[in-house]
Design a protein around this ligand. Structure first.
Ligand code: ZN
Length: 321
């Protein structure tokens, strides 16, 4: 793909190319198709094109709104000062503990990450060290003492689940026999890629698989463990986007000046608002309005636009679940 674009790009200066790509208020699709793969085209055409002339303005890249906030400025600064400095490990695990609450996942999983780091999981070796008469050996492999690190990273079925997952497992670097450096690897060393965000779920499903074995002698194969982690992680990510989007939309429309990054889209909204005698937008969580949610979903599944204007839902629509 890169070769295809760069050879063609030689023909134009970027500025001229952009002029060619954007025709009056829409993208030049035939030219896009000549230059880019379909996946890129979808992304490009997702960028709204202004209908009229709009002067350039400054925007802040690190907030969704495009507006600068002191908080975002501070966290960018913090990240810059952290760059290149590897975390120091030792008895001080506060930085790891603090990070568990910042990981993008459910609160239950954040708490689980915190438990891993703090040593609050009832594995064989931990129970023994507290004086309980249990076998410290790992039930799943019988090859060593069941420590938290063994159970999550080094036990063969766990190791296999990591190897099958999208998380990179460079030999000698991850997984290792050191719990804190394994967790640090997951927290700070993973490539910046959406696929990486599944690791809290993978840790959780490895733990669950271990419990199934210990308490019910059930074997869960590493591939299923990994698949369950990916499925749950994706479902959570989708739910987050939907919740964020609908709540934010209401804020955007009521205070467009606060969202410069969406200026072009909000201008459209302004324009169409004027066509109604009265207009108001309120955020109602989908759980409180299942009928509207079903209606919207069925409309999205239709190949063409669907219009329905009434105060009662159509009879064809199933009742709330
Ligand atoms: Zn084991």
């Amino acid at each position: 793909m890169a070769g295809r674009v760069s050879s063609q790009l030689d023909l134009w200066y970027t500025k001229d190319l952009l002029k060619e790509l954007v025709q009056t208020s829409t993208w030049n699709r035939p030219l896009l198709q000549q230059l880019f793969e379909s996946e890129e085209i979808t992304r490009i055409t997702g960028i709204p094109v202004a209908t009229g002339y709009k002067p350039d303005h400054w925007g802040w890249f690190y907030t969704t709104t495009g507006r600068y906030t002191v908080k975002s400025g501070y966290s960018v600064l913090q990240e810059l000062s952290d760059e290149g400095t590897l975390p120091v490990f030792g008895p001080d695990i506060r930085r790891l503990q603090a990070q568990s609450w910042k990981v993008k996942c459910t609160t239950k999983l954040q708490h689980f990450l915190w438990q891993i780091i703090t040593g609050c999981l009832s594995v064989g070796a931990r129970l023994c060290s507290r004086g309980m008469r249990v076998d410290p050996q790992c039930v799943r492999c019988g090859m060593g003492e069941e420590t938290i690190n063994h159970m999550l990273f080094e036990c063969p079925p766990a190791r296999q689940a990591w190897a099958l997952s999208p998380i990179p497992t460079p030999p000698q670097h991850f997984p290792t026999d050191a719990l804190f450096s394994n967790m640090a690897h997951l927290f700070w060393n993973l490539p910046d890629d959406d696929d990486m965000s599944m690791y809290p779920w993978l840790l959780w499903f490895i733990w669950k698989a271990r419990n199934y074995k210990v308490f019910s002698n059930d074997d869960h194969n590493p591939h299923d463990v990994m698949e369950s982690a990916i499925t749950e992680a994706r479902a959570w990510a989708v739910a987050q986007t939907v919740i964020d989007n609908s709540a934010q939309l209401v804020k955007m429309v009521s205070k467009p000046a606060e969202w410069p990054a969406f200026a072009i889209l909000l201008e459209e909204v302004e324009k169409y608002k004027g066509m109604f005698q009265e207009f108001s937008l309120t955020h109602i969580p989908r759980t409180k309005n299942t009928k509207a949610d079903k209606l919207a979903r069925s409309a999205r599944a239709q190949p063409q636009d669907v219009y329905y204007i009434n105060s009662i839902p159509p009879a064809s629509l199933p009742g709330p679940a």
